[in-house]
Design a protein around this ligand. Sequence first.
Ligand code: PLP
Length: 405
Amino acid sequence: MRRIYFDHAATTPLDPRVFEAMLPYLKDHYGNASSVHALGRKARFAVEESRERIAGHLGAEPGEVIFTSGGTEADNAALHGMLGGARRHLVTSTAEHEAVLRPAEMMAKAGHPVTLLHPEPSGAVAPEQVEAALTEETGLVSLMHANNELGTLTPIPAMAEICHARGIPLHCDAVQTAGLFKLNVEALGVDLMTLSGHKIYGPKGVGVLYVRGGLDFAPFVVGGAQERRRRGGTENVAAIVGMASAFDLAVAEADERVAHLTALRDRLCTQLRQSLGETFVFNTPVEAGASVAPHIVNIAFPPRDGVPLDGEMLLLNLDMEGVMASAGSACTSGALEPSHVLLAIGRDRATASASVRFSLGKDNTDDDVDEAVERLATILRRMRQSRSVAAGRPASDWMADSELS
Ligand code: PLP
């Protein structure tokens, strides 16, 4: 059976070109970038050259790029690094990734005032909500660029304008948009920004925190003097080279990738409507002109006749049929709790639990979409069938269920 990978928001495959770029640093150039000998200098050169290339893509200075162990660390560092002294208040939203919500929770427990904004049904908070939440004590506003479960985009430049009018820095988790949109820090107006290697066909375990020069930023991971004393720890040279190389390719191919993903996404939405009829709703805003990233389509199956659909079972069945998707963010799947993002946009628990996120990638094809929808429709028919029998409905009832036939 042909396997169909529709979980690119969780992680992307390593691009073979990136792998080639990393190989010498995994095999031969194994020096510690802090060592003064030839192997160390080779590693240092690779790290600094990677930093320059990434900074170039962001419209930033190389000194403003801090390498981290991934998006999670970069988010944690942004919050911990910026909230101190008189500026203790954090403003963020309930639809953020756990990598922001958990440190926010820790900070609240430690006595920091934290305002959690509730998103609109689209999944984004409105600029007016942010404006109303700011106080004299606000030290940071943290909002994601594209929501990792819904794909909804936050209007970051508008948020930046509001924050800057009050002299407050804005942190943006751009993990899901890196490589798709131009992430120029000036155009976006961000003061801190998080990126992750493995969402852009680069390696896992590497990320970037952009920190605007001149900001009073305290290091989160302390140890050696690496990263200009802003992040201790021996640099993961091969991964850093991989991240730079993945970013180069993403920027060079961005237009092509976005066009391809947009066409695939539209095809997926059309096919879902045609095959599944009224049995599902879109969690991702899909109306014309909706402000969304092109790679994520999240759908839900609300209870029918009061009977909920088992979302876990649906995912397992999809997996058995070779379709790999996700029930929410991969970092939290495995837990039976419905997605906090879907609850935040007002879905009831049963509907949120019966949701599937399809996230498309640059190497997916039209055939993948057609095949996946066909397999999904077959699985749903089978699940509803066995449920109907279990619920004692006569077979003729579900056989006549034309919506799914
Ligand atoms: N932020 C967002 C929006 C994400 O989607 C993810 C990963 O799912 C992260 C942060 C965490 O990144 P990493 O896996 O590199 O720690």
